[in-house]
Every structure is written in structure tokens, then in C-alpha cells.
Design a protein. Structure first.
Length: 200
DNA sequence: TGCCTGATTGCCT
DNA sequence: GGCAATCAGGCAA
């Protein structure tokens, strides 16, 4: 298992949204390490993106988005769900990448316990689902992702010589579950994956 | 202070 | 496909 370096989080938010595909998200829990392969992401920008939490400026809730890149931005939504994001862009630029789906890799029984669901295909195929499967909540907001109990692992962490996905493997579409900025093509997922929240 | 909405999910028809 | 659950943040007053 090779954790990414801090430099992994430099570049445009859109580039990082694509770079994260094929990488892994690890969380160390009381039931051991829980790991999933990232197969679906969405970019949320600062300006020109009304769907972004950062669009209306910095607040107590979204402050982490405006901090340095490579940290976790976790927020509570709909009174019952958490969503996990990777902060991108330099200080004072409120941008992040929402992780929408994972393919379960390790700690699947722990995921089942946290989710209360058996089917592997239903464990992490949605932003609220994966946060629950990895036992993520507001306590994880602001944590670094290149060291510590919550980390991003390189795409070659599990399969020998596994390379990042080719550009042709990545499908780009509009985002899901928003009411403004619906026309922006800022969602990315791996065409070959059967674990995305939904295709096209 | 009060009202409305939301980067969702799961259950019901 | 429709809709309830459930509550913190954001904005109007």
C-alpha cells in the first residue's frame, strides 16, 4: 500500500477529479482498515459554479474547502447523510472533489457492519453510502489525506504494475443531485466499473 | 427567530 | 417513478 505524496493534490480541480479515479481511499477503523477503489468523482469549483458550497463565499461550514489542498472536507446533508470530499486548489480557493462511489476492496465485513447491508454492490455506490461504509463523519473533516488514519493510496497499491486509468476509460458527464449548475460536465467515472452510482 | 432547502437514500406503489 | 426521513446552514425579517 503506497500512500500518495502531498504533490498528488496539486493541479486543477478537474485534473485531480480525474486523477483520483483508480486510486484508493483508506480509513483505519476499530475493525481494521477499510479500503475502496475510487470509481466516480465530481468537481466543485469556486466561482462560476453555483452548485458549489464555496460559490457564496467562505463560512464556518465550508472553511476547509478554502484551506490547503489534500485535506478531507466532510459535511452533513439531508439531516442524515455525510459526504466526503478531497480539497483541491490553493489556499483561499474554495474547490473540492466529491467522491461519489467506491469499489469495495478491503474490510468488506466492516463495511457491511457500518452500512447494515450485505450486498457488496450496494456498499459504496453513492456518496452517502460510502461515507457510512467507511465510518466517516464530521470528526474526519479537515484531516490530511497523505498521512494518518484517512489516506489516498496510489492506483498501483494492489495490482502489480497497475496503471492509472487511460483517458478513454473515463466517462465525463453532468453532475447528479444538484439544482443549479446542472449543465456543467464535471462528473467523472470509470466506464468499466459496475460500482458507480449510475451510468450516464 | 423562523422558514426553506439540500452535492441522499431507501421504501412504497 | 414518487416521496418521506430529518436537521444544520443560510438567508429573510
Amino acid at each position: 500500500m503506497a500512500t500518495v505524496k502531498k504533490e498528488f493534490f496539486t493541479g486543477t480541480t478537474i485534473a485531480i477529479a480525474q486523477r483520483l479515479l483508480g486510486a484508493y481511499l483508506l480509513h483505519s477503523t476499530k475493525f481494521g482498515n477499510v479500503i475502496g477503489r475510487i470509481v466516480e468523482t465530481e468537481a466543485y469549483l469556486h466561482q462560476r459554479d453555483p452548485a458549489s458550497h464555496a460559490f457564496r463565499g467562505k463560512t464556518k461550514r465550508n472553511a476547509v474547502m478554502f484551506g490547503p489542498p489534500g485535506h478531507a472536507y466532510v459535511y452533513f446533508i439531508y439531516g442524515m447523510h455525510y459526504c466526503f470530499n478531497v480539497v483541491t486548489a490553493p489556499d483561499e480557493h474554495g474547490e473540492a472533489v466529491l467522491i461519489r462511489s467506491l469499489e469495495p476492496v478491503r474490510g468488506i465485513d466492516a463495511m457491511r457492519y457500518f452500512r447494515g447491508v450485505e450486498s457488496v454492490g450496494q456498499l459504496c455506490n453513492g456518496p452517502g453510502k460510502l461515507a457510512k461504509a467507511l465510518n466517516l463523519n464530521l470528526a474526519d473533516n479537515g484531516k490530511p489525506l497523505w498521512r494518518g488514519p484517512l489516506r489516498i493510496l496510489r492506483p498501483d497499491s494492489f495490482l502489480n504494475f497497475a496503471k492509472p486509468p487511460r483517458r478513454s476509460e473515463i466517462q465525463r458527464t453532468t453532475r447528479i443531485g444538484i439544482s443549479s449548475g446542472v449543465d456543467l460536465p464535471l462528473r467523472f467515472y470509470l466506464k468499466s466499473s459496475s460500482h458507480v452510482s449510475r451510468t450516464l
